[in-house]
Design a protein around this ligand. Sequence first.
Ligand SMILES: NC(=O)c1ccc[n+]([C@@H]2O[C@H](COP(=O)([O-])OP(=O)(O)OC[C@H]3O[C@@H](n4cnc5c(N)ncnc54)[C@H](O)[C@@H]3O)[C@@H](O)[C@H]2O)c1
Length: 259
Amino acid sequence: MTQDITPQLASPSTAVVITGGASGLGKASARALAAVGRPVAIWDLDDRRAKTAAEEIASEFGVTAVGMGVDVRDLSAIAAAAEGTRALLLGIGGLVHCAGIVDTDSIDGLTQASWDSGIAVHLRAIPFLIKAFLPDLKANPGSAIVATASINATLGNAVNPVYSAGKGGVLSLVRSLADRLAVDGIRINSVSPGQIVTPMMQSAIQARGPDFFEQRILLGRMGEPEEIGRVVRFLLSDEASYITAAEIVVDGGNISSQR
Ligand SMILES: NC(=O)c1ccc[n+]([C@@H]2O[C@H](COP(=O)([O-])OP(=O)(O)OC[C@H]3O[C@@H](n4cnc5c(N)ncnc54)[C@H](O)[C@@H]3O)[C@@H](O)[C@H]2O)c1
């Protein structure tokens, strides 16, 4: 049988929920999806920034976009926000987990609270987000999920053990969930960005200078948020119809580098 090779980046046309969507990679992913006409729900810790981002996206791309304040560490907040989103957006068929924070105190500053918070935002949120939207994802053909991991899932970094453990967990969690979700026709993949210029990276860039990061990267520069957004959009589209349980590394050649 010959497969259809017409471009399918805008298919399916279902709505996508993006956590951490008010900033950085989440916002870039929301913009990339809106640019091909997909409605978006921006979830973020910061209600005002979530609503502002949604308004900007709606006006720039002419799609339906809603913004909501949600702390994804709070499982009851996830369930309530899923209800609220479903009431506002028809046909949810995509989910992107981009919310994140980074610990910088190494093991010396580690506390139970910092461990619990980091693991809750990066890792624990994922299965509960999926559970909350499973009926929607199942009902809409071509549904897909992207979980944001990091090159820190693979590379050692003394500075942020909680972050690195959370991101390592994302890779194996995605492989486990892919097996279960395939039964319902849903794909799930992880994206591992390298160093991308977002608010999260600003203090590290200021403290160490861009050269510190760039000298190792084969392409010789840090990444731009849109370079992640386009990959997320691809993975959520029918262009990626045979990709599930994969880790897509988008790091300009960082993990592979011997420089
Ligand atoms: N920027 C990079 O170089 C890089 C590299 C690898 C992985 N990542 C990952 O990409 C994701 C996005 O990071 P970014 O660089 O865009 O950072 P960012 O700080 O620009 O955006 C993160 C967003 O997540 C939101 N957020 C934080 N905690 C939350 C919570 N509990 N509930 C809901 N929202 C919450 C923040 O308010 C913020 O808007 C993160 O998971 C991060 O770990 C980033």
